[in-house]
Write a protein of this length. Sequence first.
Length: 168
Amino acid sequence: MNAEVGMQLQNDAPSKRQNTKLEAEGAEFLVLGMLLIEGIQCFKAYTNFAGYDLVAVDSSGERSARIQVKSRWATDYDRSFPIKNFNCDFVVLAALNRGYRFRQKANLNAHDGRSGPRFYCFPVELVQKAQNPIDTWGKVSLSRIFNHTQYEDAWHLIRTHLTTDPQK
């Protein structure tokens, strides 16, 4: 079966929950790589640490930042993400933009929706305040975060956290 036919069959399949575990792991590595490129030392917490996936550290090892990575596979996701555990310092949303899955399916002839990933680096307190209190999934909508675009590629927030003396 060629790729076009396979893609067409996949697009015609009824909508069911997509298994994106592999892509979620990839998102964690993408965020890890972005932090390293930004000169922020970081490592992946390989065994399931509740509330965070990555740990960024300062060069002395005295300060750290626990980072939870939330990823969305589809380019046309609803601009929200579920979160229940806030045992972290930052939440990084990785919008992977791997193609259309929802509303844009009808427009597939124009463009498949693939584009580069986008990263939003939010302090955990901001995400907690933005969580929809009546949503059973604990969803946070980007529309509930004032001027959320200012947090795109805001790696400096993690760097500042690591270099600020907590005693001051």
